[in-house]
Design a protein around this ligand. Structure first.
Ligand code: GLY
Ligand code: MN
Ligand code: MN
Length: 353
């Protein structure tokens, strides 16, 4: 079944006769249009893509199933024109701004507007074969960048320089960019789960956490590796091994039918039992796809059940303020019987002498 047909099935379940798509990833997923600045208007019978002068040719070739409507930069007037008959119209309540909602209300005075934020995102959470192949490639590009940076890291380099080397390597390999602002955090900064690459130089006696990923054909990869520069003390080894054990257990727990909450609990228990529970303050993972953070998640609240075709990160960490931290992150594909780990980079404790 095509993505549009699956979308229409969801629309029938919700008893809506039209749905407005503004979020660029949702628009790309349903239409194929990669230009970002489009609004989709989908009804049970028709599919419109509204965009302006700059994108008409691209939209016509990338979204052949859609009727392309040329608008000004504000799409709401044309939208209202097309939607005059609609009675129940769904929209992305988690994305539409207050101002845009006002314009929607003005444009659809006859209709009931329903915030249905999960309609497209739930379709997106199970990847098809073509998406899985692209994601494999996005992961490989990140793996290769890690191998390459392992050869080039030098004591005295800044975190920012390491981040640039990672990005350079990925862009040379076909990535259109990084999938988020890279985290390169060394020494006490490695205790910052989201320590953006800074001008700090890396030194002997420090952890170095690198969290990065590629965008390849619109799809995001996400990997974290923590290495040690110089001679680790016993506690460095211990913390690393606890995180690695939690990560391996988390991966082993990923299987269809399990909730995100159940998988999170398996990894979290290992960190708690080792006495570091207070230092693991984020969820175990998130799905990836056209966005870097998608649902379902692996965390203490996630009730959604994993299904074959979902692609999700497993990324426990321990962060000890003023001391340092470790995170290890892989991407896995949920299969019929468990999961396949897509990330190939080594995970044993890497020590730079
Ligand atoms: N870079 C944030 C994450 O791994 O989700
Ligand atoms: Mn990451
Ligand atoms: Mn992640």
């Amino acid at each position: 079944m095509s993505r549009l047909e699956r979308m229409r099935q969801k629309m029938r379940e919700e008893k809506i006769d039209a749905y407005v798509v503004i979020r660029p990833e949702n628009g790309r997923y349903l239409s194929g249009f990669s230009g970002g600045e489009a609004t989709l208007y989908i009804t049970v019978e028709k599919a419109f893509l509204l965009t302006d002068f700059r994108y008409i040719k691209q939209a016509t070739s990338e979204a052949p199933v859609f009727e392309i409507i040329k608008t000004g930069q504000d799409h709401f007037e044309a939208l209202a024109e097309i939607g005059r008959q609609a009675q129940r119209v769904g929209f992305e309540g988690d994305f539409v701004t207050y101002e845009s909602f006002g314009k929607l209300k003005e444009g659809f005075p006859q209709a009931e507007l329903l915030s249905l934020p999960n309609l497209v995102s739930h379709l997106r959470s199970v990847k098809d074969q073509a998406e899985i192949e692209i994601l494999r490639q996005a992961v490989k590009i990140a793996d290769d960048a890690f191998s390459s940076v392992l050869m080039s890291i030098e004591i005295g380099q800044t975190e920012a320089e390491i981040g640039i080397d990672l990005e350079y390597s990925m862009r040379r390999a076909g990535a259109s960019g990084g999938s988020f602002d890279f985290i390169v955090a060394s020494g006490v900064r490695s205790a910052l789960p989201h320590g953006a690459a800074s001008s700090k130089k890396v030194h002997l006696g420090e952890f170095l956490t690198m969290d990065f990923g590629a965008i390849y054909q619109g799809y995001c990869s996400d990997i974290t590796r923590t290495v040690f520069l110089g001679q680790p003390e016993e506690k460095h080894r211990e913390v690393y091994e606890v995180v690695l054990a939690a990560q391996r257990a988390g991966i082993a727990a990923v299987a269809p039918g399990r909730t995100g909450k159940e998988v999170d609990a398996v990894a979290r228990k290992i960190i708690e039992d080792a006495g570091y529970g207070d230092y693991f303050g984020h969820g175990l993972g998130h799905s990836v796809g056209l966005a870097i953070h998608e649902g379902p998640n692996l965390n203490t609240r996630e009730e959604r059940v994993l299904e074959p075709g979902m692609v999700i990160t497993v990324e426990p960490g321990i962060y000890i303020p003023d001391w340092g931290g470790v995170r290890i992150e892989d991407i896995v594909l949920v299969t019929e019987s468990g999961c396949e780990v897509l990330t190939q980079s080594p995970k044993e404790f890497i020590i730079f002498e």
